[in-house]
Design a protein around this ligand. Structure first.
Ligand code: GRF
Length: 199
């Protein structure tokens, strides 16, 4: 059984959705380690409650490369095969990406390449797009930029607020992240340039 490592910094609702799918057997893998760079992250507390192996190193003020080496070490100690970023508010170093080359996923709350970075739902609303959504993608050295696995579209309504739009996008995030994980764990894909193709 493949072992997932989940990295989070906050609420952890994507972690929770993945965890519920793993615990119910809908997603065939193990969560081997949950890591947070924020001791106060609600997602970390929830992971502890659910009984997963957890770790935390506060990242504030630490050099990126040195910090990432410690995180890699913890992931290796726990035999992690795949890394899922779930609201992990840190840019990964090249060293991290190369240690888990092609085995790091992220979820982003927009239809990339539109609205990378912070506050993607706010960006979408103020830009005036009529459709936004979420994207599961492989992680490379650049921000929100690796090959795309799955996307889900969400309409922007005339009376939307950032909160309402974010909540509707989140429902889709919870659905497609587990779907993408199931897909990559089965291994039936190949990557051609930026395209991820089912095999
Ligand atoms: C989600 O919107 C995710 O797309 C983004 O950060 C947010 C994390 O939410 N990367 P949660 O911590 O999973 O609830």
């Amino acid at each position: 059984m493949k072992r997932l490592g989940i990295l989070l910094s906050g609420r952890g609702s994507n972690f929770e959705a993945i965890a519920q799918n793993v615990l119910s057997g809908r997603l065939q893998c193990e969560i081997g380690f949950v890591f947070s760079n924020k001791p106060e992250a609600p997602g970390l507390a929830r992971a502890r409650e659910l009984g997963f192996a957890c770790g935390c190193i506060p990242s504030a003020g630490l050099d990126r490369t040195a910090f990432d080496l410690q995180v890699i070490d913890l992931l290796k100690q726990h035999g992690i095969d795949w890394v899922c970023l779930a609201g992990y508010m840190r840019f990964l170093s090249g060293g991290f990406v190369s240690q888990f080359q092609g085995r790091i996923l992220n979820i982003h709350p927009s239809l990339l390449p539109a609205f990378p970075g912070l506050d993607a739902q706010h960006q979408a609303l103020t830009h005036g797009v009529k459709v936004t959504g979420c994207t599961v993608h492989f992680v490379d050295e650049n921000l929100d930029s690796g090959p795309i696995l799955l996307q889900a579209a969400v309409p922007v309504l005339d009376d939307d607020t950032v909160e309402r739009l974010s909540a509707r996008i989140l429902l889709e995030e919870h659905r497609i992240y587990s779907e993408a994980i199931a897909w990559v764990l089965q291994g039936n894909y190949r990557i051609e340039g930026r395209r991820v193709i089912r095999t």
